[in-house]
Design a protein around this ligand. Structure first.
Ligand code: PLP
Length: 422
């Protein structure tokens, strides 16, 4: 459920009519709903009720500081994958003991940054990384709390580009090798083992892969404890999918996911960490865009928007589907006709939807791409020298620009021309 609904025939974000935002901020623009973000966090927290847990928002899905501040104020921790994200978490006021550092390629500088600034745990993804972290921590006279990310060799049944839990993926340590690597970690003076980490992929639409992966983690917990390790935390990653295509998808609910967690690892007495990104932010945001032209082609019509693949890359990158709805509510039962919805960028890949059934639309009309709050603005670029898309946060009847569109002067001012040219 989200808070983007028609009222009196106009699509609103909570209590704010979207045309008002378009008029004030311009288009394209991302619009997020604070009430939806809050609700999604609470749904997860309720799903894990009765088990000690920390919900670490995977900020790679949406790292706007206002969104992070809101999540942090609800009690969320953060899952970060770079020094930049670590700095964002800190800038949003999230304490180090609620920040988990993931990612296959942490640099020594990033390790030192987090060790000095405070960190809940590093999720370590390889032996060379483990050794580097040990060295950095010892150099600082500290011990790095770690979980080792195990690769359970489970098929997440999701898009190939976002599956991470198969042995051929670059992530984690094969679960069969885990005991050896934990033994190695225990012998390192700069390392403190605190738990196990697993993350098998993103946009999962079934619970069965989670169930298989978490069961393997439960078995490993017992084996590692028998080896003498103090396994007190289990980080189960993120990955729960959302219904991008409302008409015909119903991914599992957080409540049922919580039941899987309870059933597979609930008896181990561990603190549970989860790292949802998409499920918290995805349906909490839309991309608002305006129609520039309706171009009649041969056998197909093109609706050309002012938003493009540089603003929302998911369709071009993952063949992703986004529901597209007119901001002015079409008459029920009115005519629909197929159109290709495209942006102005000079690539055929700049296509949001092919032969999408939409009501008649023309220049000036506003459209909303639903489910664009995760992996939307964070992946935006200035390709074709289109200024970075701005972001707006709505709460009730108020809204604020939480990242402004840069001016052309700012955009061009980032380049420098060396004096030895010309
Ligand atoms: C991407 C990622 C997540 C978040 O995945 P979602 O599908 O957005 O929930 C969590 N943990 C790790 C390690 C990730 O790489």
């Amino acid at each position: 459920m989200d808070h983007f609904n028609y009222r009196n025939g106009i699509l609103h974000a909570e209590d704010v009519p979207l045309p008002e935002i378009a008029a004030e901020v311009g288009t394209p623009v991302y619009v997020y709903s604070a009430a939806t973000l809050t609700r999604h966090y609470e749904v997860f927290s309720e799903a894990l009720a009765g088990m000690p847990h920390l919900i670490c928002f995977a900020m790679k899905a949406n790292s706007n500081l206002a969104v992070l501040k809101l999540m942090g104020s609800l009690g969320a921790g953060m899952d970060v994958v770079s020094g930049g994200e670590y700095r964002r978490a800190k800038a949003a006021g999230v304490p180090g003991e609620r920040i988990v550092f993931s990612g296959v390629g942490k640099t020594r500088e990033e390790m030192a940054l987090a060790l000095e600034g405070g960190i809940r745990q590093f999720n370590v993804e390889s032996e060379p990384e483990l050794l580097a972290l040990d060295e950095v921590a010892r150099g600082l006279g500290l011990r790095a709390p770690i979980a080792i990310r195990v690769n359970p060799d489970v098929d997440a049944k999701t898009h190939a580009k976002i599956a991470t839990g198969k042995s051929e993926n670059k992530f984690g340590i094969p679960i069969a090798r885990a005991r050896d690597v934990y033994a190695e970690a225990a012998a390192l003076k700069g390392i403190e083992v605190v738990g196990i980490d697993v993350h098998i992929g993103s946009q999962l639409t079934e619970l069965e892969p989670f169930e298989r992966a978490f069961s393997k983690v439960a078995e490993l917990t017992l084996a590692l404890r028998a080896d003498g390790h103090d396994i007190r935390r289990l980080d189960l990653g993120g990955g729960l999918g959302i219904p991008y295509r409302r008409a015909n998808t119903a991914p599992p609910l957080p409540f049922d996911y919580g039941e899987v967690v309870r059933r597979t690892v609930g008896h181990l007495g561990c603190e549970i960490e989860i790292e949802p990104g998409r499920l918290i932010a995805g349906n909490a945001g839309i991309l608002l865009s305006r129609v520039l032209y309706l171009k009649k082609g041969e056998g197909r019509d093109f609706l050309i928007l002012d938003g493009a693949m540089n603003d929302l890359v998911r369709p071009a990158m993952y063949e992703a589907w986004h529901d597209i709805v007119p901001v002015i509510e079409p008459a029920a039962g009115g005519p629909l006709a197929p159109v290709d919805v495209v942006g102005p960028v000079c690539e055929t890949g700049d296509t949001f939807a092919r032969a999408r059934d939409l009501p008649p639309l023309g220049p000036g009309d506003l459209l909303a791409f639903r489910s664009a709050g995760a992996y939307g603005a964070v992946m935006a670029s200035e390709y074709n020298s289109r200024p970075l898309v701005p972001e707006v946060l709505v709460s009730g009847d108020q809204f604020a620009v939480v990242r402004a569109r840069p001016s052309f002067e700012e955009m061009l001012g980032r380049d420098t021309i060396p004096e030895w040219i010309g």
